[in-house]
Design a protein around this ligand. Structure first.
Ligand code: SD4
Length: 337
């Protein structure tokens, strides 16, 4: 079966499952100002990039049925994880320079509980493994073979994640790049946002609780074993139920250097708006790269306890998706350069 036909089949099955599992009628699902208390901005889900819009729809189907934010963000990011045409997340992700698809993911809930997997292979939904690390182990993070063993022991299926398209692209890259990892390879790929980047997602549920998830295949053609910011709590994602949450996308090494998501949450705690906090973090990244800020891209996205959201990027081109009771939009982030 072709990749596309397989994905269409999976999508139809998932929609059917969602519909059959739904307890509310279609009419009750229509957003309603009172029901969703939209003046307070809840519930709301935001995520990185324009492909976040499809993921937000998955999260929304949980939120609108009074589901928990943690369930919403997991359900939401599983959508790009399962999409073989998204070559930066999960199944179909671009491999490392050795041709191996290695995935990074983390999740964090309203109680500050968190779980993470890094450099995990052969598992289509690393976000669900991360959640299981959070819920069934005394640890926060499992990596590589240990993460795979844990997943297999807990019922996850071993699958081939390298699609024919991603394998073809990798073989082409090998001819041109002579096996040397590039700092910001995704910006040189044609085709726009579909061709790059992590999904980071944050949601507030009807009760006002906040959770987040972040999942990626990481920088394309990275060295084997390289881990970016996305599975690192505090760098790629951070949630504090009293304040808000933040996530990001782009060159993970730069995000780790400033512990980006945690920095943004702390700036919001001090009173900055989500956008101002993201901007301040981006300015630090620019300051860390005085010679060559044009070689890198980082975008941050944040949500505060009141449901106010904002984003900021180093360079033009970072989009993010927002869904709440009165809007379902893709927005362009402001940028520094
Ligand atoms: C990483 N931040 O692995 C992730 C991937 C990404 O642009 O967003 N790349 O560094």
């Amino acid at each position: 079966m072709s990749d596309r036909r397989e994905f269409v089949k999976i999508s139809l099955l998932s929609s059917a499952a969602l519909l059959s599992g739904s307890k509310l009628s279609a009419q009750q699902k229509i957003p309603d100002e009172k029901k969703y208390n939209t003046t307070k901005g809840k519930p709301v889900v935001i995520s990185t990039w324009d492909f976040g819009q499809a993921a937000n729809a998955g999260a929304w189907s949980v939120l609108e049925q009074y589901g928990k934010a943690i369930d919403a963000v997991e359900a939401g990011v599983k959508i790009p994880e399962a999409n073989p045409f998204n070559q930066s997340v999960g199944y179909g992700g671009r491999p490392d320079r050795d041709g191996r698809v290695t995935l990074d993911a983390c999740i964090m809930d309203e109680q500050g509980k968190c779980g993470s997997v890094a450099c995990i292979e052969h598992i289509k939904h690393p976000i669900s493994v991360a959640r299981m690390v959070m819920e069934r182990t005394p640890h926060v993070m499992l990596v590589g073979d240990g993460a795979l063993q844990f997943a297999l022991a807990n019922g996850f299926k071993r699958e081939k994640l390298l699609t024919s398209q991603s394998e073809r692209d990798w073989r082409e890259w090998l001819k041109r790049e002579k096996y040397a990892p590039q700092k910001n390879i995704e910006n040189r790929m044609p085709g726009g946002a579909d061709n790059h980047d992590t999904i980071g997602m944050i949601a507030i549920d009807m009760k006002g609780n906040i959770s987040g998830a972040c999942t990626t295949s990481g920088m394309a053609y990275k060295m084997h074993g390289r881990v970016g910011d996305s599975p690192i709590i505090g760098a790629g994602l951070y949630v504090d139920n009293e304040v808000g949450a933040a996530t990001g996308t782009g060159v993970g090494e730069e995000v780790i250097r400033i512990v980006g998501a945690h920095l943004i949450v702390e700036l919001m705690r001090m009173g900055l708006t989500p956008e101002a906090a993201c901007k301040r973090a981006i300015e630090r990244i620019a300051a860390n790269n005085p010679g060559n800020p044009n070689d890198i891209q980082v975008g941050f996205l944040a949500l505060n306890k009141h449901g106010e959201y904002g984003a900021y990027a180093l360079q033009k081109g970072f989009s993010y998706s927002v869904k709440n009771g009165h809007e379902d939009v893709v927005l362009e982030a402001k940028h520094l350069l």
